[in-house]
Design a protein around this ligand. Structure first.
Ligand SMILES: C[S@@+](CC[C@H](N)C(=O)[O-])C[C@H]1O[C@@H](n2cnc3c(N)ncnc32)[C@H](O)[C@@H]1O
Ligand code: SF4
Length: 358
């Protein structure tokens, strides 16, 4: 069932990377691309079976990873061709700058992709090296030019808080990223994820105060360049907000395709087998790819809704938060136009604010 707004999404996970970045805990493998053809065929089959069981028209697709640009674009577009898209649907693909050239961007555009998200992270070579990123910074310009040539608006993903990153270096990254002309910018605070090489190296852990200064700089710089802030880590030119992400933040529903993908349907949250092998085996054997699910009660659902919504520009309805809580969070949230929204200071402490909303 789609939501009252008619929005219904599809997340497709591509779990292959050329190299694992030191900070990354996503479900991705560097030694299994021999599985790619079978994997994509399984994704296609999963979608075809979901359609046969009655999938609503899909208003947004997000192909994420891993590195979607590592797999054969024809095979990936074949998977997308099986999706029953609603008119005007948004179809985004995450791209590695090393892979995105004119032919690939054009193939995506011809195959119905409407938006690219490019993993830039930093425009400063030393910072990229500290992050353990291997893409060639020179390819970022080629990638964004290819997107533009194919007529595809693009997002750039930026990451701040690498060990030793100075405010000057972050300023260089912001200015150079704006110069690339993206329609959308995501700037993420580097987080230490358990089990990663970064977690095992406390000397490289980000410093909270530096990250707070970097966030403030991103807010000022992106704001004055015409990008409106609309969620903690996201800024867009008017009309270029990512509809698929908005679906996540508003408790909307979406189908999970591929290994380790999470979905939300008919009020139920579920996730697929974590490894590509298990996922492929399940689909090829005609069984469900799901490995777990949970159903939230009405109260948990309401609290989760508040915690997601407070992170967005629209905030939460004014009557959902008592005056006592607003007073307690003085300086971090404010009442505005019948809503409760984060202040700029509150955006830095969004997690702390969110846990106070019940
Ligand atoms: C999982 S990656 C997939 C796309 C592509 N492989 C890439 O790296 O650009 C999506 C985004 O997640 C962000 N990310 C991954 N690990 C992170 C971490 N530990 N802290 C903050 N952001 C992270 C990066 O900015 C990255 O662009
Ligand atoms: S950050 Fe992106 S490229 Fe790096 S390992 Fe994670 S998914 Fe792969």
């Amino acid at each position: 069932m789609s939501s009252a707004s008619g929005a219904f999404g599809l997340y497709l996970h591509v779990p292959f990377c050329r190299h694992r970045c030191d900070y990354c805990a996503f479900a991705t493998w560097t030694d299994r691309s021999d599985l790619a053809d079978r994997y994509l065929a399984a994704c296609r089959r999963q979608i075809i079976e979901a359609v046969a069981q009655g999938l609503p028209p899909v208003t947004s697709v997000f192909v994420g990873g891993g590195t979607p640009t590592l797999v054969d674009p024809r095979a990936l577009l074949d998977v997308l061709a099986a999706v029953p898209l609603a008119d005007g649907a948004e179809v985004s693909v995450e791209c590695n700058p090393d892979d995105l050239d004119r032919p690939l961007a054009q193939a995506y555009a011809d195959g119905g992709v409407t938006r690219l998200s490019i993993g830039v992270q930093s425009m400063v070579p030393e910072v990229l090296a500290t992050l353990g990123r291997e893409h060639d910074p020179a390819n970022v310009r080629r990638a964004t030019e290819a997107a533009r040539h194919a007529g595809l608006p693009f997002n750039v993903d930026l990451l701040y808080g690498a060990a030793g990153e100075t405010l000057d270096q972050w300023s260089t990254t912001l200015d150079a990223a704006i110069e690339l002309g993206p329609a959308h910018v995501s700037a993420y605070a580097l987080t230490v994820e358990a089990g990663t090489p970064l977690a095992a190296d406390p000397g490289r852990h980000p410093d909270d105060d530096t990250q707070a200064d970097e966030y403030q700089m991103a807010t000022d710089r992106l704001g004055s360049a015409g990008y409106d802030w609309y969620e903690i880590s996201n800024w867009a030119r008017p009309g270029h907000e990512c509809r698929h992400n908005a679906l996540y933040w508003s408790g909307g529903e979406y189908l999970a395709v591929g290994c380790a993908a999470h979905g939300h349907r008919d009020g139920r949250r579920y996730w697929n087998h974590r490894t590509p092998e298990r996922y492929v085996t399940a689909i090829e054997g005609g069984t469900s790819p799901e490995s777990g699910a949970e159903e939230l009660g009405p109260d948990e659902r309401r609290v989760e809704g508040l915690q997601l919504a407070i992170r967005t520009r629209a905030g939460v309805a004014g009557d959902q938060v008592s005056d006592a809580v607003v007073d307690e969070l003085d300086g971090l949230v404010e009442r505005s136009g019948g809503r409760v929204v984060l202040t700029t200071a509150g955006r830095l402490l969004a997690n702390e604010v969110a846990i106070r909303l019940e």
